[in-house]
Design a protein around this ligand. Sequence first.
Ligand SMILES: [Zn+2]
Length: 222
Amino acid sequence: MTDSLRGKRQGLRDAALQWLMSLDWSGAPEPLAGKFRAIQPLPAATSRLVDLAAEWSHHSEWHPEAYSQFEKWRREDKRLRLWERNQRDKIIRRRNDQYRQFARDIVEDASSITINVLDLSALSRVDKPSGGENPLPAAARHYRTVAAISILRKFVIERAQKVGTNIIFSDAAKDRVCHSCQKPVNYAASPFTHQYVCETCGASFDKDLNSCRSMLMRVGTT
Ligand SMILES: [Zn+2]
């Protein structure tokens, strides 16, 4: 929904730009001509176009019909922008309600909560601070922004603290082992696949599930 609204805004903006470029600006009053020059090179930011509309309102005697047509675009863009923001807020509220429910369910069934200390913000960065590309596939980064797992984690922690459930922080990336044979695994050799086959015992598993099982085992033995 917000994606299609954004697409619609983009289309209207492109059309407005194209139409502006087709006008003859040679006789335009100087401050207005300056704002017109500021929208180039294309594609210009929407804020530049809004600046142009604001300036034009002071010179509306210059091509009044063109001004009112441009003003129509500005108002429509503003309407769509507010609608888009409204939709986004609604979706986020709904998602957070759902996450609070998940957090209640997770904590209710647990005697203790084990949480991976993984730096979630590092997942969404394209480049590692040390340089070089983030080995996480683009799709995983995309889902991270859509799903906002850091929010879910925050709610789980808050819920556990509220009802007094013990929270254990563990590092799934530390001493990675196969949950089946306890021997080290080498995820770096296949960073883009989710499924993994253990070199030692041949067990095939989902890396995330294996991380959870390994963390639970580590927590259970300490
Ligand atoms: Zn194994």
